[in-house]
Design a protein around this ligand. Structure first.
Ligand code: PMP
Length: 337
């Protein structure tokens, strides 16, 4: 039976998933910062699976499909702190792939549940496993991908398409939305895709722009940035999810980074809670780290400045963690506001 033209037209439209990446809002914060400091936040939780990671996963999967590395029925494998996993699981569901996602056990129950809801297989690994251990979530994903014939490993840490996606999408969006009026980019990092891609794009347009990276205590990046030495003794577990690292990711481009500032879990979580209460923006722990970084940059400044930062994901993914007063008291033994 021939389909009516209207139905063919409707089916020719891009899917929900394909039509809703990027072009996220950039909003000015009005209450947290002193006059003279303009902070604008890019709300990446507007992406369809709720985080900045939709951009890179769509970019990498499109590329893999075009190269023939992914075929109908293939399995997509990835190691994730939850957000890349949600993006993989969502796109796999929409395009008919199977997804297997490994993650450390500190990942919030909300994030784990979302991956299962999209139909992905979730493998939870110990957070404190050393990076070279077969139990570490990155190693586990590599092992699964090697074992399973016809599978495709996204490999967000070392796949340079990750930072390329930000160079081609997030960077130009920020430049357009600010009309080039930026003095600082503040962004914490894990794979480094966001800060490296956006940082390079912005610096190519204006080399005066400074790029500042907040890094959690317990991550090795700050020490590496200062000394060029990877010191595994600096690595220990911390609570904030999705940022900092116990190894140097291939996508991290330290050449675009001007300064790295270390913060505690408490500083990040309190900043996230203040962002929600004073600006009405419900972000994740890395958003808190970024806002803490903006406050720190603002505190050190002698003159007015325009700062752009990233809100990588939504606080809805952490309601049972640092937005819960009891969890906050037990986890970081701290005040709650
Ligand atoms: N925030 C959150 C919540 C994340 O999940 C991630 C990625 N793991 C980042 C920030 C850092 O992004 P990138 O990997 O691009 O450095």
């Amino acid at each position: 039976m021939e389909r009516p033209q209207q139905i063919n037209d409707a089916l020719a439209q891009p899917t929900y998933v394909d039509s809703s990446f990027g072009n996220t809002p950039l909003v000015t914060l009005r209450r947290l910062f002193p006059p003279g400091i303009v902070v604008q936040a890019k709300l990446e939780y507007f992406n369809p699976s709720g985080s900045v990671k939709d951009r890179i996963v769509a970019y990498i999967i499109d590329d893999a499909e075009n190269r023939g590395a992914l075929r109908p029925g293939s399995t997509i494998v990835e190691h994730t702190s939850g957000n890349t996993g949600a993006a993989v699981a969502m796109i796999a569901a929409a395009r008919g792939y199977h997804a297997i996602l490994t993650m450390p056990d500190k990942v919030s129950p909300e994030k784990q549940a979302a991956l299962r809801a999209y139909g992905a297989e979730v493998v939870v690994c110990p957070t404190d496993a050393p990076p070279d251990s077969p139990k570490h979530y990155v190693e586990r994903a590599r092992y699964i991908a090697a074992e399973r014939e016809g599978s495709f490993l996204v490999g967000q840490y070392d796949n340079l398409k990750n930072r390329e996606a930000h160079y081609h999408t997030t960077g130009p969006e920020i430049w357009r939305q600010t009309q080039g009026h930026i003095d600082y980019l503040v962004a914490s990092a894990s794979t480094g895709g966001t800060i490296s891609g956006v940082g390079r794009y912005l610096k190519e347009r204006n080399p005066e722009i400074k790029v500042v990276m907040p890094d959690p205590l317990g991550s090795i990046y700050e020490h590496y940035f200062r000394t060029g030495i990877v010191n595994s003794n600096c690595a220990y577990p911390y609570q904030v999810e999705g940022i900092g690292e116990d190894h140097i990711a291939g996508c991290m481009d330290f050449a675009v980074i001007d300064d790295v500032l270390t913060f505690s879990d408490e500083q990040a979580f309190l900043a996230a809670r203040r962002l929600a209460r004073y600006e009405g923006i419900l972000g994740g722990g890395s958003a808190g780290a970024n806002i803490w970084g903006c406050l720190e940059v603002a505190r050190r400044l002698k003159s007015s400045a325009r700062i752009v930062t990233i809100i990588p994901d939504s606080g809805l993914k952490y309601l049972t963690k640092f937005y819960d007063d009891t969890w906050m008291h037990n986890a970081v033994n701290t005040r709650t506001c």
